[in-house]
Design a protein around this ligand. Structure first.
Ligand SMILES: C[S@@+](CC[C@H](N)C(=O)[O-])C[C@H]1O[C@@H](n2cnc3c(N)ncnc32)[C@H](O)[C@@H]1O
Length: 284
C-alpha cells in the first residue's frame, strides 16, 4: 500500500476531491473502489431490501449509496475523516437515498456490527486481520463480508473474483480482487440423529476451522464414510457413502445449524431408488 499511498497522493494533486489524507502510519488511506468493483462487491454480497450493510471506512460513500439505490439496503458508512463523511452525506442526498444511506464519523473498530448482514471493506491487509475477531464476535451466521483487494489472513474466503482494470494504479496494479466470506455457524461437536428404518442411531463428529469441516460419521447398523462436507453460513451439507443394513447407499444430508440442533433432510439413494427422510440432529 506504500505504492498506493504515493499514487493516491499524486492523484490528490490532480483531483478536486482529496484522494488521500493519511500518511503511512498504519491508517488506511482514502482510495476509491472503481464503479465496476463496487458493482461486483455488491453482487457478491447480494444485500436484500431492508438488510443492514456497513462500509467500514466509507470514503465518499459510493458503496453504501449504490447498495441503497440498487438493493434497497439500509446502509451505514463510517469514516474517521469528517470531511469524507460530509462528502458522503452530500453524495447520498444528491442520489436521493439519504433515508437509506447514513454516514457517521467513527472509528471502524468502535462500530457495532451486531444485527448487520453485510460488511464491506477496502482496508489494508493488517487492518483486515485486526478486524477478524470483531467480525466473529459480532456478526451472526450467514452475514456476508466482502473485501476489495485484500484477504482476511487465516480466514479462507468462500469466493474470490478478479477483475482486470487497466487504469488501476493502487493495490495490485491493473486488477482488483474481490473476496467474499460467509460467517459460518458453530457446527463443532458430536451430533446424534435417529433415522428410523435406516441404520438407527447416527453419530456425526464434527471438527471445524472457520467454515472448513472435518466430519466422521458412524451408524449403529452399518459402516459409512464422509466424502464431502460443506458449511456456508448456517447451511450444512454432507455426502456420506456406505453400507447400511447390508446394502450400499449414498446419503446427501442437508440442514441448518441452529444452536444445539440441526434440522434438515437426507436423500438416500441406492442407485436405483431414492427416498428422503427428515434429518434432525442434536448436539451431544
Ligand atoms: C481505501 S478507502 C475506501 C473507501 C470506500 N470504502 C471505497 O471502497 O471506495 C479507506 C477509508 O477508510 C477510512 N479509514 C481509515 N482508517 C479508519 C478507521 N480507523 N476508522 C474509520 N475509517 C477509517 C479512510 O478515511 C478511507 O476513507
Amino acid at each position: 500500500m506504500r505504492l498506493a499511498i504515493s499514487a493516491c497522493l499524486a492523484l490528490a494533486a490532480a483531483s478536486a476531491i482529496a484522494q488521500s489524507w493519511a500518511w503511512d502510519d498504519g491508517t488506511t488511506p482514502f482510495v476509491v473502489s472503481p464503479p465496476d468493483v463496487v458493482e461486483r462487491m455488491l453482487r457478491l454480497a447480494a444485500p436484500k431490501p431492508g438488510e443492514r450493510l456497513v462500509d467500514l471506512g466509507s470514503g465518499d460513500g459510493r458503496i453504501v449509496i449504490e447498495a441503497a439505490k440498487r438493493y434497497g439496503a439500509q446502509g451505514l458508512g463510517v469514516d474517521i475523516d469528517p470531511r469524507l463523511v460530509r462528502l458522503a452525506s452530500e453524495n447520498a442526498r444528491r442520489a436521493g437515498v439519504e433515508a437509506l444511506a447514513r454516514f457517521e464519523v467513527r472509528d471502524l473498530f468502535e462500530t457495532d456490527l451486531r444485527g448487520v448482514q453485510v460488511v464491506t471493506l477496502y482496508l489494508l491487509p493488517d487492518v483486515n486481520r485486526k478486524l477478524l475477531p470483531k467480525l466473529f464476535a459480532e456478526l451472526a451466521p450467514g452475514a456476508r463480508v466482502v473485501s476489495h483487494d485484500y484477504d482476511m489472513g487465516p480466514w479462507p474466503f468462500d469466493e474470490m473474483i478478479e477483475l482486470p482494470l487497466a487504469e488501476k494504479l493502487v493495490g495490485p496494479p491493473g486488477r482488483s480482487r474481490i473476496y467474499l466470506w460467509v460467517m459460518p455457524a458453530d457446527a463443532r461437536g458430536t451430533w446424534l440423529a435417529e433415522l428410523p428404518g435406516h441404520g438407527g442411531r447416527w453419530r456425526f463428529a464434527i471438527a471445524q476451522r472457520y467454515q472448513l469441516l472435518e466430519v466422521e460419521a458412524s451408524v449403529a447398523e452399518g459402516t459409512v464414510a464422509v466424502r464431502g462436507a460443506r458449511l456456508r453460513g448456517d447451511e450444512i451439507r454432507l455426502a456420506v457413502v456406505g453400507t447400511v443394513g447390508g446394502r450400499g447407499f449414498v446419503h446427501l444430508f442437508r440442514g441448518r445449524v441452529a444452536g444445539a440442533r440441526i434440522a434438515g433432510e437426507v436423500e438416500i439413494s441406492d442407485g436405483e431408488t431414492s427416498r428422503t427422510l427428515p434429518w434432525n440432529a442434536t448436539r451431544e
